[in-house]
Design a protein around this ligand. Structure first.
Ligand code: BTN
Length: 292
């Protein structure tokens, strides 16, 4: 995709000006075409300065997700072969399920906002625009249906490691699929599957991360938070998505090859929010306290 190539060249020039001529030669398209792609990238929100005598340069720090940038990203990971970027959708998981039959090995769907984001147990997942990561991965692993829940643990381990790598902060995993920062939830995972008795048609791993929102509705403010609220800083969603895909690829491929998930499990244990703590197990009308 030409637009990704223009974006890549601008990113790689590290805020140095690139002339229209340089860009057109590097990419192999006309200067008019370069100009049109730059115009589109600006419309998508990229801060690109154009100065008549010098050319174009990209100011790097903005937090933008775009098809062009996500295309660059999936070239770096082997298990995803297509990416869909949506401005808005009901739910990326629902969209993923509707398009899963066309997926060969892996697909990524990301939306800037969701109107009907779904959480576990039929809950609504608040997904405002431009501030969070609302993504689903469609996977077609050759594993038995009963092993599918392991994919959720691999995802939780990957997201926790990715968040640590991207921010330097300390995250914990609340088994099986919540990720907490300072004891409050920043990420939830919703895994869904279509399977026959003995084989999986596909698995959808939906990941929601609260990144740059400034506040939450009162009902959930005591249990949910965002990276921005906890740190006071803006975080680049793109960088976090990149770290997630890289971490997930490592753990997922080793699981598919060896059918073992020792590394993912040791991350889940190391980062466990509940191991070693007292928990209350509520079972029908009986309540038992136990140390995990
Ligand atoms: C939970 O903690 O209850 C799970 C939340 C999962 C939310 C993500 S956001 C992207 C994907 N699409 C959805 O509709 N849900 C998941």
């Amino acid at each position: 995709m030409m637009r990704s190539k223009v974006l890549k060249a601008l990113k790689e020039s590290n805020e140095r000006y690139l002339s229209g001529e340089e860009l057109s030669q590097q990419i192999g398209v006309s200067r008019t075409s370069v100009w049109k792609h730059i115009k589109k990238l600006k419309e998508e929100g990229y801060a690109i300065e154009s100065v008549a005598s010098r050319g174009y340069r990209l100011i790097q720090e903005s937090d933008i997700l775009s098809k062009a940038e996500l295309e660059l990203l999936i070239q770096e990971v082997g298990f995803i072969d297509s990416v869909t970027y949506l401005k808005t959708v009901d739910s990326t998981n629902t969209y993923a399920k509707g398009h899963a039959d066309k997926v060969d090995s892996g697909a990524l769907i990301i939306s800037d906002t969701q109107t009907q984001g779904r959480g576990r147990l039929g809950r609504l997942w608040v997904s405002p625009p431009a501030t969070g990561i609302w993504m689903s991965m469609v996977l077609v692993p050759d594993i038995a249906p009963y092993e599918a829940s392991k994919i959720t643990q691999i995802a939780a381990a990957s997201v926790a490691e990715a968040l640590v790598n991207a921010t330097g902060l300390d995250f914990t995993i609340k088994w099986p699929n919540d990720i907490l920062l300072n004891g409050k939830k920043v990420c939830g995972i919703l895994t869904e599957m279509s399977a026959e008795l003995n084989s999986i048609n596909y698995i959808v791993v939906g990941i929601g991360i609260n990144v740059n929102m400034d506040q939450f509705p009162e009902e959930i403010a005591s249990v949910a938070t965002s990276l921005k609220i906890e740190t006071g800083n803006l975080h680049r969603r793109y960088d976090i998505v990149k770290e997630i895909l890289v971490a997930f690829e490592g753990l997922y491929e080793s699981f598919i090859e060896t059918k073992k998930m020792d590394e993912a499990l040791s991350i889940c244990k190391k980062r466990s929010a509940v191991l070693g703590k007292m928990v209350r197990v509520i079972r029908r009308n009986q309540t038992v306290e136990a140390k995990l």
